[in-house]
Design a protein around this ligand. Sequence first.
Ligand SMILES: Nc1nc2c(c(=O)[nH]1)N[C@H]1C(S)=C(S)[C@@H](COP(=O)(O)O)O[C@H]1N2
Ligand SMILES: [Mo]
Length: 354
Amino acid sequence: MKMRRRQFIHSAVAGLTGAGFAGHSITALRAAPPVDTASPADVAISARPFLTSAHDFADVSRGNPNPQTLRGEALAQARLTPETWRLEIVTDEEPKDYVKERASIAQPVSLDLSALQELGKKHGVKFIKAMQCLNIPRPLGQGVWEGVPLRDVLQLCGRMSNVRRIFYWGFHNDDPAQMFRSSLSYSQVMETPPGELPAFVAYRLNGDALPLERGGPVRMIVPWAHGFKSIKWLQHIALTNDYKANDTYAEKNNDPESHLKTAAYLDGLPKHFAAGEAVTVSGLVIAGWSGLKKVEYWMRPAPNPPAELSDDDPAWRSATWVESELAPPPRDWSGILPAGMSAKEVLGFDPQTG
Ligand SMILES: Nc1nc2c(c(=O)[nH]1)N[C@H]1C(S)=C(S)[C@@H](COP(=O)(O)O)O[C@H]1N2
Ligand SMILES: [Mo]
């Protein structure tokens, strides 16, 4: 993966993690420089936008042709224009033979974009999420996503019984081999405990309509999870009594229930430094389920030729860790959030003070 270094995000979200809330947002970090001078790297850090513009995300989505390349009539045929898009909610047609009781709902639902937006007026949520792929050691970008909690969408099905999992997938060129699918448990979707986050059906990003590239007109956003749960070009939901995950990523040796991990990523560094010169090492931290308190680093003499230390090298036990400096949270969110959006409306922020 080639990544553009500057696209990631300045500013801390210590308030979110401090409140015991898994913010899942990106924070800049900086190893404290040995002498107190502004280095060129300081400038690079502050030049990072907190929100990644929709078109600057790194992209890992699949498809042949990739749905985001469709245009004109092909796009309408795929029902990926705002006018043609529909979300079809049904029960699964062919449950596995180990499923004894079939799921049932009062009525199947076919929802268009304006009906979804109408639901958004009453139930809409906004959340800053870093899109983080499980297989790439770098967030792809961070945005304010807006949509309707999946539980409020599923209410449209009326009374349901024998539903234990929610399966969902998006447009995939009508080719089963290209289908990228995911699933959530019924309880995760229908009940959001205080301080937790709802999975939601998103149609806006950074204050604008969700563009095709990012999975528009509508994609799933699962705040606590890696990107593979956030299905793009969402069109189908099947309610099922199958208790097993059906995730595409489950088949590829991943943990389909993995929460985002707290992790630190260093920016690239030049190979050589002049002796005696201060060096600033910058990077990003993503606050996962366990939150984030601090980031520490350790410097050691490199062997010649340089090599990574193996995970069980005894040297780890005598490492001397030094605390890095975390960039402070933005003082004023109004310049960071899209025009007209108050921090008070965003999940994870204090609704009274923003
Ligand atoms: N329909 C569909 N949705 C998808 C994918 C895909 O290939 N097809 N890739 C998933 C994976 S693995 C990731 S990491 C995210 C990436 O989201 P992004 O392209 O907005 O950065 O989308 C997820 N949703
Ligand atoms: Mo991914």
